[in-house]
Design a protein around this ligand. Structure first.
Ligand code: HGY
Ligand code: MN
Ligand code: MN
Length: 419
């Protein structure tokens, strides 16, 4: 007989609203209060301590690993069995909202409280965790903590990554007191489920609160540096310029043309960081640096997009007499989620009377890394404002968050009762 549990929606919402004040800032562009909690900053540290306190108050056993991932365990009857793990991240982008990542962590803590309130003892241990630097906006690669857990990124490499001020991940973990001693290659879970806002329009367009996620599209992050020659804006003839800024601008336009062309499937390209020369009005820029984020639900189209862009940049370099250098920041292939875990989520949503759609994820998530070590899937929650995310306009409502977390709770309960 399948047991059920219901989370306390007011308590979940209160914790989300409490957390959104940690790292709150006034966003000039929207006039809203956004959330800025970059990984391993003081605000991230405060949010980490807040989560650990809530975990301890729920009677959970808390541990920190060597990349700063935090796990909290609710013991089951048979502790020899692999646990069922929930989780996500609490670090945000610099112009973040209150739900991206945070919902999956605070939702997991709420699941633990609800199991406590219901006096439910599960067969397996249940864990909730949060992973370090999921966003990648401070130390330059995404899903850092979960990628170390899954073995895609070695711990030593992760520790020496630096931010724009030259501070390393290791130094910052020590500074904020989250340089843990638990081994980062943790015990393999029985299953992993991540609850996350969709960060896109699909659920809202379908008029449902719940998405059962089939997988994550491929991600490519590269940094392109272009070195030309500084020269006088007035005296230098057009045909003899080596204008790094012009070459960079061509790359931006070509990236968008590639998306519009349809030649690379459903390619999405974003130039999120664009730095040019010394910023002097009367000097031809000698250098430009840009980051290129490519996403594609098809690995072959991703490969051909990267190859095309590399060839295009080589031609530009030859034509304009500039030097170019590429730096690989991140690269993950399409990740399909486990069909069995998807079906547990779908059956749970059905039993709760919650309509859903099945969808791929446009965003990257820790689940794509943990999927390498155990059966994994995600449950999405609809966002408002067209599902916009990575902006203070990111918003989901108490009902959708409560529905998503009830699906999380009951899917985890089913799995934690499986022998
Ligand atoms: O970049 C992403 O897709 C995620 O928000 N880290
Ligand atoms: Mn996220
Ligand atoms: Mn994000």
């Amino acid at each position: 007989m399948t047991r059920t549990v219901r989370i306390n929606r007011d308590r979940l919402w209160a914790s989300l609203m409490h957390m959104k004040e940690i790292g709150a800032y006034h966003d000039e562009a929207t006039g809203l209060r956004g959330v800025r909690r970059l990984a391993l900053t003081d605000t991230d540290a405060e949010a980490r301590r807040r989560c650990v306190q809530w975990m301890l108050e729920a009677g959970l056993e808390v541990r920190v690993d060597r990349i700063g991932n935090v796990y909290a365990t609710r013991p089951g009857r048979d502790r020899s069995l692999p646990c069922v793990l929930m989780g996500s991240h609490i670090d945000t982008v610099a112009t973040g909202g209150a739900f991206d990542g945070t919902l999956g962590v605070l939702g997991g803590i709420e699941v633990m409280r609800a199991l406590n309130d219901a006096g439910i003892e599960t067969l397996r241990d249940v864990e909730v965790g949060f992973f370090t630097e999921e966003e990648g906006v401070r130390f330059g690669t995404d899903m850092l903590g979960s990628a170390v857990t899954a073995g895609r990124i070695p711990l030593d490499h992760a520790h020496q990554l630096t931010d724009g001020d030259g501070r390393t991940v290791k130094e910052e973990l020590v500074r904020i007191g989250f340089d843990g001693d638990a081994h980062e290659r943790r015990a393999i879970p029985y299953a992993y489920i991540e609850c996350h806002i969709e960060q896109g329009p699909i659920l809202a367009d379908a008029g449902v609160d719940i998405g059962i996620v089939e997988g994550v599209q491929s991600i490519s992050w590269q940094r392109l540096t272009i070195r030309g020659e500084a020269a006088h804006a007035g005296t230098t003839p057009i045909e003899s310029r080596h204008d790094a800024g012009l070459v960079a601008a061509h790359v931006v336009v070509e990236a968008r043309r590639m998306c519009d062309s349809g030649d690379f499937g459903q390619l999405r390209a974003t130039i999120g960081n664009f730095g040019i020369g010394e910023g002097q009005t009367n000097v031809i820029p000698h250098q430009a640096t840009l980051t290129i984020d490519l996403r594609n639900p098809d690995n072959d189209h991703m490969t051909s997009a990267e190859q095309h862009l590399a060839g295009y940049v080589d031609e530009l370099a030859a034509h304009h007499g500039v030097q170019v250098g590429w730096e690989r920041m991140a690269k993950t292939a399409v990740v399909p989620f486990h069909p069995g875990i998807q079906e547990v989520l779908a059956a749970t949503a059905d039993d709760l009377g919650l309509p859903y759609v099945r969808t791929m994820s446009g965003a990257g998530h820790d689940a794509q890394e943990i999927s390498a070590i155990c059966p994994t899937a995600m449950v999405f929650v609809a966002g408002e404002n067209g599902g916009i995310s990575h902006t203070p306009r990111e918003y989901s409502n108490p009902t959708a968050c409560g529905n998503g977390t009830d699906v999380l709770a009951n899917a985890v309960l089913r799995l934690a009762d499986q022998p």
